[in-house]
Write a protein that binds this ligand. Structure first.
Ligand SMILES: O=C(O)CCC(=O)C(=O)O
Ligand SMILES: [Fe+2]
Length: 226
C-alpha cells in the first residue's frame, strides 16, 4: 500500500529543516547503503547521529506522532531515527530494495523494515527530476510531493530516485517496523479504521459502530506483535 500523508511538518518546521541543512556538513550517501544499493546510490546525507540529524529527526518523529493517518496506516512499532538526504544536479539513486533489517546505531535494537518513507523538504517547483519511483505489480508510481508531505510504501518494493536536472532535492527518509507485519492484513485494518472513522461522523450513535470497533480491536489483538 502506498499512501500520501499531507502536512506531516508545518511550513515553519520545513523552514527550520532547510535552514539547518543549509549550514550542515554532508557526507557521501553510500555510508548507510548495503552492497547492491551502494553501487547505484549517488547522493549526500547528513551524518547519522550528527547534531543536525538528531534535531531534525526529533521534529520528524513529533510530526509522525501527531498524524492519525500515519498511525492508522502503519501501526508503528519502532521507527528508525530519520535520515536526511540531498540530491544535487545529476545525482540520483538507482533501482534497489531497502535492506530488511537495520540496526539502530548506538543501541542493541534493530528495525525490521516493513514500511519505507520519504518526507519531502524541497518545494517541487524548486528542482526538476528527483521523482521517487516505486515499482509494484500495478506498474511504476512516480512521486513528487509538496514540502512537508510524506509518502509511505512497502519496503519490499523496488524503487529509485530519478536524476535531479535542476536545483537540489532535500528529503528525510526512514523505515518503520509495524506491529502488523503482513502488508495485506495491515491494509485491511487501515480500510476498516477509515470506514469506522467515517461512520463516526455519519451515524455516531449506531450500535453497529460499537460492534465494528470491537471487531477492529479484536483483529488487531490477533495480528499485532507489539
Ligand atoms: O530519497 C528518497 O526518496 C529515497 C531514498 C532511498 O530510497 C533510500 O535511501 O533507500
Ligand atoms: Fe531506498
Amino acid at each position: 500500500m502506498m499512501l500520501h500523508i499531507p502536512n506531516v511538518l508545518t511550513a515553519a518546521e520545513v523552514a527550520r529543516c532547510r535552514a539547518v541543512m543549509e549550514k550542515a556538513d554532508w557526507t557521501d550517501g553510500r555510508v548507510t547503503a548495503g552492497h547492491q544499493s551502494a553501487q547505484v546510490k549517488q547522493n549526500l546525507q547528513l551524518p547519522e547521529g550528527s547534531a543536525a540529524a538528531r534535531e531534525l529527526g526529533d521534529l520528524v518523529l513529533a510530526g509522525l506522532e501527531r498524524s492519525p493517518l500515519f498511525i492508522s496506516a502503519v501501526l508503528p512499532q519502532r521507527v528508525f531515527p530519520p535520515l536526511f538526504n540531498r540530491y544535487e544536479t545529476s545525482m540520483h539513486f538507482g533501482s534497489h530494495v531497502d535492506g530488511a533489517i537495520r540496526p539502530i546505531p548506538g543501541t542493541a535494537q534493530r528495525v525490521r523494515t516493513d514500511v519505507s518513507a520519504t518526507l519531502f523538504l524541497s518545494e517541487p517547483d524548486s528542482y526538476d527530476g528527483g521523482e521517487l519511483v516505486v515499482e509494484d505489480t500495478y506498474g511504476h508510481h512516480s512521486v513528487k510531493l509538496p514540502a512537508g508531505d510524506l509518502i509511505i510504501y512497502p519496503s519490499t518494493s523496488l524503487h529509485h530516485v530519478t536524476p535531479v536536472t535542476r536545483g537540489a532535492r532535500l528529503a528525510s527518509f526512514f523505515w518503520v517496523q509495524s506491529m502488523v507485519r503482513d502488508v495485506s492484513k495491515r491494509a485491511l485494518l487501515f480500510d476498516m479504521d477509515t470506514a469506522i472513522m467515517q461512520l463516526n461522523q455519519e451515524v455516531p450513535k449506531s450500535p453497529s459502530l460499537v460492534m465494528l470497533t470491537g471487531v477492529y480491536h479484536n483483529l488487531l489483538r490477533q495480528w499485532a506483535e507489539p
